[in-house]
Design a protein around this ligand. Structure first.
Ligand code: SF4
Length: 225
């Protein structure tokens, strides 16, 4: 069932401050909510029943690694129907240049599946101290700003089938990537598909004891990269 909150508009940031780009961005915002809602109407809303069943499976899974597997399926089910209508395309990598916070459980699964060397000392944040308004959290996201993810190769994700939940759940429902552009010092709003509830459910299912960090800290760049 479609709801008014099928998309959400959190802040994003961009890199070029050229006036013509900023002008295009401002013009894009005119009527954007209505256009995105009309687009989502063609889906008759995002069907979340399958997602709900898969989240139940994740919660019942016997190991944390299996929970990650079920959570991936649940994430893919909620974005699957909307993905063909999104701006996101292979070769577009704006969201691979911002912080990607992942849990230790996800990092362990990625390390096992890909063979990438993992830094076990990462994990600065727990659910108790992840406060998006805190100075340390803002500093962490600023540190990642504009830096490519460790797994980005030639603007393509090198671990696509193992990519984190955050990457699976981020869909820009606009026509193109204009609003994803990173402009230092400016805040741009991107009409992402609303997956906030799903994020909260995932955190609860993985357990409050999990520690979190940016993917670049779990998997630092090697000299060969
Ligand atoms: S894991 Fe893949 S999709 Fe996610 S930020 Fe890194 S390169 Fe991009």
């Amino acid at each position: 069932m479609k709801t008014d909150s099928d998309f959400v508009v959190p802040g994003g940031q961009v890199q070029t401050s050229a006036p013509e780009v900023m002008g295009r961005i401002e013009r894009r915002w005119e009527g954007l909510r209505e256009r995105v809602e009309a687009k989502l109407q063609t889906l008759k809303g995002v069907d979340r029943r399958q997602e709900s069943r898969l989240l139940d499976q994740a919660a019942k899974a016997g190991t944390v690694a299996k929970r990650v597997t079920w959570l991936r399926k649940a994430a893919d089910s909620v974005t699957g129907s909307a993905a063909p209508l999104a701006a996101c395309r292979k070769g577009c990598s704006h969201c691979c240049h911002i912080a990607v916070m992942i849990s230790r459980a996800e990092a362990l699964v990625i390390a096992k599946e890909t063979g990438a060397p993992m830094n076990p000392l990462a994990g600065k944040y727990t659910m108790a101290n992840v406060d998006e308004d805190s100075e340390s959290y803002k500093a962490a996201t600023q540190e990642a700003f504009g830096k490519p993810c460790t797994f980005l190769k030639d603007d393509v994700c090198d671990i696509y089938s193992s990519r984190p939940l955050q990457c699976r759940l981020l869909l820009n429902m606009d026509e193109d990537a204009l609003l994803c552009q990173l402009v230092e010092g400016s805040t741009i709003n991107v009409p992402y598909l609303n997956t906030q509830e799903h994020h909260v459910d995932s955190v609860v299912i993985l357990g409050a004891h999990q520690d979190y960090d940016d993917i670049r800290n779990w998997f630092p760049m090697t000299e060969q990269q």
